[in-house]
Design a protein around this ligand. Structure first.
Ligand SMILES: Cc1cc2nc3c(=O)[nH]c(=O)nc-3n(C[C@H](O)[C@H](O)[C@H](O)COP(=O)(O)OP(=O)(O)OC[C@H]3O[C@@H](n4cnc5c(N)ncnc54)[C@H](O)[C@@H]3O)c2cc1C
Ligand SMILES: C=CC1=C(C)c2cc3[nH]c(cc4nc(cc5[nH]c(cc1n2)c(C)c5CCC(=O)O)C(CCC(=O)O)=C4C)c(C)c3C=C
Length: 460
């Protein structure tokens, strides 16, 4: 019996076990939670494809906390209200989006999806809070042609000029530098700064364009321009490379508090720093590379107000860092997902997110900041930004420590070096999860699938 151990029961680890389970070879799946463990023995024995090692495959999922799901985490109240403390939506677009929808359908959960159509106000209206007021982001052709505050000129001008900008020569650069260079500083300072706070809770002056927005980087590389890239399509034929993964059988002992599990292959879906703490010293170069992946902490404050209190309708609003470093933005949960409001009586659910790359500067150590301070800051923001004078009737503060990895310039090289080390040392280890190849739920699921396909040497 060949054993594959999946470390971490977040969406990455769960997706990898789902794809493993689709393999006809799988005969047994075991889940352990509340397990802390360390990896102890590495011995290379022979070179075979996992597929041919054994007709039977056993999958073990090891999760250290008392629940599965990782950052996917909700509170469901008995009166029907649901509050998300982590992700709340996926973008069902492109290959990675369709892949998630297929998995959800295959699991028989398609009926549980709450769709937000493109025509819905939550899809159309995105706001930025700047200069002490809410601005709807321009959309459609008229939005491109006119000067729409807070921008000082029509966006079409920036887009047209972009085609004349020469291709960059750097192997990688910050998102802010890339967008300033191609589309102008104003777009970088407002739109892109806010966007990076609403996806990475991060600072666009520090994040890598190549790793955070590979589509933009590729458009410049292939077409010499983002505008041309978008107009002509990426020009790439998306192929999922399914290759037979030649690996050396590798025997790993995983010591649990209550025993030892032996595995032939490990799929790590742990955050990079959690993997560091269980790798043996012989993996020092890999440990060093993993340690270099920074993360940020986000305070998530769920609020419930009586009645309909919003002055505008949309998905929510984001703030550029120039407006307020502490406040990343506010999600108007009741607009896209009214099904999750309390069943009796009209209420409005909001989520205020704070901190991210600025957490330490603004709030100090996550160990000492109080829930009262975070709640007060969140309700003050709802008051100032949305003009809501009343206090929330219900609230919940969650401190999501180290929840989002930050891909800094050169991240792609670090990840390449990690995988080279694993290959050259014949370690039977796959790296998946948000630390490496994308932070969205879609990316993490898709990368779990790719890792399983490489391991089994077949499509799933
Ligand atoms: C506030 C917030 C909002 C977000 N919003 C969105 C959104 O709207 N859309 C979107 O697509 N994405 C969103 N994301 C990003 C997305 O949720 C995450 O990137 C994704 O869930 C990460 O999944 P993962 O499986 O890689 O990691 P994790 O969820 O971190 O899972 C790792 C698991 O490993 C376990 N673990 C850790 N150490 C050990 C150990 N030593 N032994 C065993 N187990 C261990 C952990 O307990 C955890 O369960 C958001 C994230 C946050 C924090
Ligand atoms: C911890 C990270 C995140 C914070 C903070 C956050 C706040 C936030 N987001 C919105 C609006 C949207 N977010 C969307 C997608 C999305 N959000 C995060 C993470 C955080 N959001 C991720 C990783 C993703 C997935 C991105 C992807 O590539 O799929 C979306 C949908 C995407 C889109 O259609 O553009 C919206 C809208 C607000 C208002 C907000 C404020 C606190």
């Amino acid at each position: 019996m060949t054993t594959v151990a999946v470390l971490g029961g977040g969406i990455g680890g769960l997706a990898a076990s789902y794809y493993l389970c689709k393999s006809p070879q799988v005969t047994k799946v075991t889940h352990h939670h509340g397990a802390t463990f360390c990896l102890s023995v590495y011995v290379s024995v022979s070179d075979m494809v996992l597929q041919s090692l054994s007709l039977c495959l056993q999958v073990i999922v090891l999760e250290s906390s008392s629940r599965f799901g990782g950052w996917l985490w909700s509170t469901r109240r008995s009166d029907g209200a649901v509050f998300e403390h982590g992700p709340r939506g996926i973008r069902p677009a492109g290959a990675v989006g369709h892949n998630t929808l297929n998995m959800v359908d295959d699991l028989g959960l398609g009926g549980d999806i709450l769709p937000v159509p493109y025509s819905h106000v939550a899809s159309k209206n995105r706001y930025v809070y700047m200069n002490r007021r809410l601005h709807r982001m321009p959309s459609g052709l008229s939005g491109l042609l006119r000067t729409v505050p807070p921008f000082s000129r029509p966006l079409l001008l920036s887009v047209a000029m972009e085609m004349l900008v020469k291709k960059g020569v750097e192997e990688d650069e910050s998102v802010h530098s890339f967008v300033s260079r191609r589309l102008g500083k104003e777009l970088a300072d407002i739109a892109v700064d806010s966007l990076c706070r609403g996806v990475f809770a991060g600072d666009c002056r520090k994040l890598s364009v190549r790793s955070c927005f590979p589509v933009l980087y590729d458009a410049e590389q292939r077409r010499g321009s983002l505008t041309l890239g978008m107009l002509l399509g990426s020009g790439t034929l998306l192929t999922v490379v399914l290759f037979t993964f030649l690996f050396f059988e590798f025997w790993v002992k995983i010591s649990l508090e209550d025993g030892v599990v032996s595995a032939d292959h490990i799929i790590s879906a742990l955050p990079a720093k959690a993997l560091v703490s269980i790798l043996p010293p012989s993996c020092q170069p890999l440990i060093q590379l993993l340690q270099d992946i920074a993360t940020v902490t986000v305070a998530v404050v769920n609020l419930e107000y009586e009645g309909s209190i919003l002055p505008v309708s949309g998905f929510g609003h984001l703030l550029p860092s120039s407006e307020d470093q502490a406040l990343l933005g506010v999600v108007y949960d009741s607009v896209p997902f009214p099904q999750h409001d309390r069943t009796n009586g009209r209420t409005t659910r909001l989520t205020v997110m704070m901190g991210g790359a600025w957490f330490h500067e603004v709030f100090g150590s996550p160990d000492t900041v109080t829930e009262e301070r975070l709640l007060a800051r969140a309700t003050e923001a709802v008051h100032c930004h949305l003009g809501v004078p009343t206090a929330p009737s219900w609230s919940r503060v969650s401190l999501q420590r180290d929840c989002i990895p930050q891909y800094y310039p050169g991240h792609f090289r670090r990840v390449e070096s990690m995988r080279s080390f694993i290959r050259e040392n014949n370690l039977s280890l796959s790296l998946i999860g948000s630390s490496y190849d994308g932070v969205s739920v879609n990316d993490v699921i898709f990368n779990g699938r790719t890792a399983v396909e490489q391991l089994l040497g077949t499509g799933v």
